[in-house]
Design a binder for this molecule. Structure first.
Ligand SMILES: Cc1cc2nc3c(=O)[nH]c(=O)nc-3n(C[C@H](O)[C@H](O)[C@H](O)COP(=O)(O)OP(=O)(O)OC[C@H]3O[C@@H](n4cnc5c(N)ncnc54)[C@H](O)[C@@H]3O)c2cc1C
Ligand SMILES: NC(=O)c1ccc[n+]([C@@H]2O[C@H](COP(=O)([O-])OP(=O)(O)OC[C@H]3O[C@@H](n4cnc5c(N)ncnc54)[C@H](OP(=O)(O)O)[C@@H]3O)[C@@H](O)[C@H]2O)c1
Length: 362
């Protein structure tokens, strides 16, 4: 005989500088009665002989199991591996940056026939056609999925990516084109594409539909957030109705490289109380000190508000894009934390442990 008792304990956050008190983790304390010894003994009740089954139970030590605050249950990873990729087809490929933008970014949709069941926040691998300089097939490159699980056509049969074409000049002065990004940006509708995955759990959305979700993106780092935001504001789900605050910060070089701007404006129109968006256009805007407007420079303008939000148990921060942005964001958070006498790196460690600080930069 086994009995399970499940207790959910949520530790409240505090505005004090105590680090341990601000962490909120939900535990499931399962008390399993695993050993069950059953005895039978003959006794007499009202003159009749009856058999009584007496149960002796030995308690096993309580098992502490962490329940994720993110939408992790049933997430599939690595269904398709490099040796056995899924072959999809390009349905649409369109440049989404202006002609005068520094660099090109493309939005593309591939057919999956529902065979790559991904979730918002995951990535897929792409194996470019052709061979490397050693005559071997190209290695896979990872791309954050830019569509919600329903896909851009709403039928759960497609996956979309947002890809920057990598072109640079090497030390010898030669122009070098990145293998996979150029393969993808040049794909024509109808062409086949080898896909692997899905992979990744770091960027999965929080389960709480009332959460505050702060999204920090540079360039194509917008991909997972487009995926989140479609689910929140463009779709209807029986088991998920977003009613929290979604706040997006997006950093790009020029206004002609602002990605998915019209979509975000539509979301703002539809849900002004639940969505905020702030752009940082680095080569066109500056702050009052004349400094380049990076994403962290824009965030600094809302410093106090962001800091207060970060003290809430159901605020989740997600960061995606250029590796360099992480230090800049640490610097502003560090100065805010210091005003409250808090060591930011330790505070961030606690936030990470509570799944409230999620980073995928490259
Ligand atoms: C989890 C994850 C998600 C990602 N998501 C996306 C996404 O959504 N969109 C996206 O566009 N990218 C994304 N990337 C990056 C992507 O995986 C590829 O790295 C990118 O497209 C370049 O691949 P490539 O094959 O075109 O270039 P490659 O042929 O692999 O060439 C890249 C190499 O070129 C060299 N190089 C690059 N720039 C320079 C330079 N300026 N000077 C000298 N050498 C240089 C470096 O050695 C670099 O490793 C993601 C990466 C990860 C890890
Ligand atoms: N999941 C992931 O890991 C993931 C997903 C998607 C993309 N990525 C990666 O993210 C990167 C995005 O690049 P992109 O070419 O698409 O971007 P982009 O269009 O060049 O935009 C990047 C923006 O960030 C600014 N920036 C540069 N250094 C910065 C710093 N230290 N702090 C804050 N902002 C800074 C740039 O400003 P200036 O150019 O004016 O200096 C520019 O405004 C790529 O490296 C891509 O591989 C990773």
């Amino acid at each position: 005989m086994a009995t399970a008792v499940t207790a959910a304990v949520s530790l409240p956050s505090s505005k004090s500088s105590s680090l341990s008190s601000r962490t909120s983790i939900i535990f499931s304390d399962r008390i399993n009665f695993t050993k069950s010894n059953v005895y039978s003994s003959g006794v007499s009740v009202a003159g009749k002989a009856v058999s009584i089954r007496a149960q002796v139970t030995t308690e096993a030590p309580a098992k502490v199991e962490k329940i994720s605050k993110k939408n992790e249950e049933g997430v599939i990873v690595n269904k398709y591996k490099p040796k056995n990729p899924y072959t999809g087809r390009c349905l649409l490929n369109t440049k989404i940056t202006g002609d005068d933008a520094p660099g090109e970014t493309w939005h593309m949709v591939f057919s999956t026939e529902g065979e790559i069941p991904y979730r918002e926040g995951q990535s897929i691998g792409v194996i470019a056609d052709g061979e490397d300089k050693n005559g071997k097939p190209h290695k896979l490159r990872l791309y954050s999925i830019a569509s919600s699980a329903l896909g851009d056509f709403g039928d759960s049969k497609t996956v979309s990516l947002c890809v920057k074409r990598l072109v640079y000049t090497n030390d010898q002065g030669e122009v070098v084109k990145g293998v996979c990004s150029n393969f993808l940006c040049d794909l024509k509708p109808g062409a086949e594409v080898k896909l692997t995955g899905p992979v990744g759990k770091e960027m999965l959305m929080p389960k709480d539909p009332n959460a505050t979700i702060i999204m920090l993106a540079t360039g194509t780092g917008i991909a997972p957030f487009r995926s989140f935001l479609w689910k929140m504001f463009f779709e209807k789900h029986e088991d998920y109705q977003f009613n929290g605050l979604a706040w997006l910060f997006l950093g790009v070089p020029t206004s002609s490289s602002l990605l998915y701007k019209e979509e975000f404006e539509k979301m703002k129109e539809k849900s002004p109380d639940n969505f905020r968006v702030d752009f940082a256009v680095s080569r066109e805007q500056t702050n009052e000190k004349g400094e380049k407007m990076y994403i962290q420079t824009r965030m600094a303008q809302y410093a106090e508000e962001l800091w207060q939000l970060l003290k809430k148990d159901n605020t989740f921060v997600y960061m995606c894009g250029l590796k360099g942005m992480e230090k800049g964001i640490d610097d502003i958070m560090g100065s805010l934390a210091a005003r409250d006498g808090i060591d930011w790196l330790e505070y961030k460690r606690q936030l990470k442990k509570a799944e409230q600080w999620n980073v995928e930069v490259y």
